[in-house]
Design a protein around this ligand. Sequence first.
Ligand code: UFG
Length: 337
Amino acid sequence: MRTTSPSNVLVTGAAGYIGTTLLRRLLADGARVIALDSLERGHADQLPREVPLVVGDVRDPDAVRQALRLFDRPPDACIHLAGLIQVGESTLFPELYRDVNVVGTQVVADLCLEAGVPALVLASSAAVLRPLAGVADRLDEDAPVGPESPYGASKLNGEYTLRAAADLGRMATVALRLFNVCGAAYGLAERHDPETHLIPLSLRAAAGELPPLHVFGEDFDTPDGTCLRDYVHVRDVVEAFVRAARLAMHQAASGGCEFNVVHVGTGQPRSVREVITACEQILGKPVPRVMHGRRPGDVAALVANPSKLASLLGIHPDPDLARMVRDAAASLGLLDG
Ligand code: UFG
């Protein structure tokens, strides 16, 4: 495979947790990057100064066109991260999720096609998958889809949009199904606004910055009764985006505009209890917590089979949970020294 990295890249949702990390990775490669973000939930202060920012919504064709016009020629790739990401919130506001994630992805795909962008990579999610009966199973890319939440449904719809775009034969597309992205890199913080993710919530509860953690369900059909997830370091995740863009560019250049799906996880199941214990060990403090009922939309287990991530993109993500938690804690300023 040709190994040229994209040198001109449009990143939507660039001011988010993954986006700000990805920008550093792309800049380290010498890429020219344009950022598009509505700044409704992103962090403008974490954008590198040298990256031009278009403040706008991916549902707004004018905003997407404006970002695309900032390139002298069509960018090599668009990495589409913009979207809403909370399973629980999506059960309360399904129309909002449909609007932002479904309409937004359609607009981005249409305008990338119109502009002649050859490669489009979507941040999809493990939430598109139908959970398997056996919680020990690892889900590969052929596993049946069957989202349990409006969030998962909206991401699956985005995947279909990318498949249809590739079918036109002018653009190669990749959907990366992200499992539980965590940790931090490049001196950035694992921070969301509002925060809903287990690791930063646990760490900040232990540090006294936040109230006790609610543990959402202890009656799942798993070894310790809490949910199993596949936690993957954001450093490995941004590498997957760069390599997916590279793959799609290569496919488009060689006339084979495919749609590919790749699972981005380590293959290691970790329970909520295990994650809490890891946080306690890293900080040397207990995580105050209260037991709570299940959160709507949560499934017992979601664990990736990472074989295709290795074979297609050459990525072997680091499964070291302690390292992920340590990097998250350091990024939040919670480690001494
Ligand atoms: N959890 C709690 N208490 C909390 C927050 C989370 O017990 O306060 C539990 C959840 O029930 C779940 C686990 O911790 O079992 C992880 O929850 P997160 O909210 O950190 O992550 P999710 O698994 O809900 O979702 C993440 C991404 C989604 C993606 C999904 C795929 O946010 O975009 O992983 O696995 F779809």
